[in-house]
Design a protein around this ligand. Structure first.
Ligand SMILES: Nc1ncnc2c1ncn2[C@@H]1O[C@H](COP(=O)(O)OP(=O)(O)OP(=O)(O)O)[C@@H](O)[C@H]1O
Ligand SMILES: [Mg+2]
Length: 259
């Protein structure tokens, strides 16, 4: 596990977390302890509850039962030290790039800070542009700059690379890993891509029907090579996801035989 001694990240402690919408139980008994500075990836089938978990951690929604504590403070709403990134960049089209990033910090913050974070995502020269003229990858980098300009202790990523082409995606993965490595904010990345999870995370969590079904440490050195050890972790996680499918298929067959 790679957690820096100088970690800036928050320590998250989730206990007995349940979330229901009407009579649908979306999260059931989730317990999770995430040390400061850890990079966690959350994988699982569509609809298993990944975004719901992230929204609860962000304080955008409230648990039905259980608790979420961030550095020993109960999460009761959105907080300054937490930032979230979504699949679409959500930039304001009527503000230029620099002003979009500035939204991430308190009024009165110096311009140098905004330009510095733009430099870190490699887009300082786009400071005066409108979001509309940027590519999808560039827009996501601006959204990342806006999220990081306030130096958050917790970064929540809900499939931020899902809409990008393969090469841009790899560039973005490298950028996220580099910035995390420098600053050590606690990170939770939701992704459908098992390979991306193994490439970036210290720990991968698989959610199945609102419950944690797998929680494994990725003990590979960084930067990660896509070698046999990498493939071992990928297969381990994929097999566990597919196991459920086989199981369901079998029980469906048994059901049809018994009819
Ligand atoms: N605000 C809401 N009201 C009612 N049901 C909701 C709400 N938010 C989520 N759900 C339901 O909770 C379940 C889990 O949704 P969630 O968005 O967490 O899934 P997910 O794992 O992120 O899926 P995906 O991979 O497709 O993004 C779904 O059945 C969804 O319809
Ligand atoms: Mg989702």
């Amino acid at each position: 596990m790679k957690v820096s001694e100088t970690a800036q990240g928050v320590h998250l402690r989730i206990e007995g977390l349940n979330k229901t919408f009407g009579n649908q139980r979306v999260l059931q008994g989730v317990d999770l302890d995430i040390p400061a500075g850890q990079f966690v990836a959350v994988v699982g089938r569509s609809g298993c509850g990944k975004s719901t978990l992230l929204r609860l951690i962000a304080g955008l929604d409230a648990p039905s039962e259980g608790s979420i504590r961030s550095d020993d403070t109960e999460v009761t709403g959105i907080r300054d030290n937490t930032r979230m990134l979504f699949q679409d960049a959500r930039l304001l089209p009527w503000k230029r790039v620099e002003a979009n990033v500035k939204i991430g910090v308190k009024a009165g913050s110096d311009r140098e800070r905004v330009l510095n974070v733009l430099r870190q995502v490699g887009l300082e020269e786009k400071a005066g542009e409108w979001p509309g003229v940027l590519s999808g990858g560039q827009r996501q980098r601006i959204a990342l700059a806006r999220a990081l300009v306030s130096e958050p202790g917790l970064l929540l990523l809900d499939e931020p690379l899902g809409a990008l082409d393969a090469l841009t995606r790899i560039d973005m993965q490298d950028l996220i890993e580099r910035l995390w490595d420098e600053r050590k904010f606690t990170t939770i990345l939701v992704t459908h891509d098992v390979s991306e999870a193994v490439a970036l995370a210290d720990r991968v969590i698989l959610i199945e029907r609102g419950q944690i079904k797998l929680d494994i440490a990725i003990t590979l050195d960084r930067p990660r090579e896509r070698d046999a050890d990498f493939a071992y972790f990928e297969k381990l996680i994929l097999d566990r996801i597919l196991e459920r499918d086989e199981h369901e298929l079998r029980s469906k067959k048994e059901l049809s035989y018994s009819i």
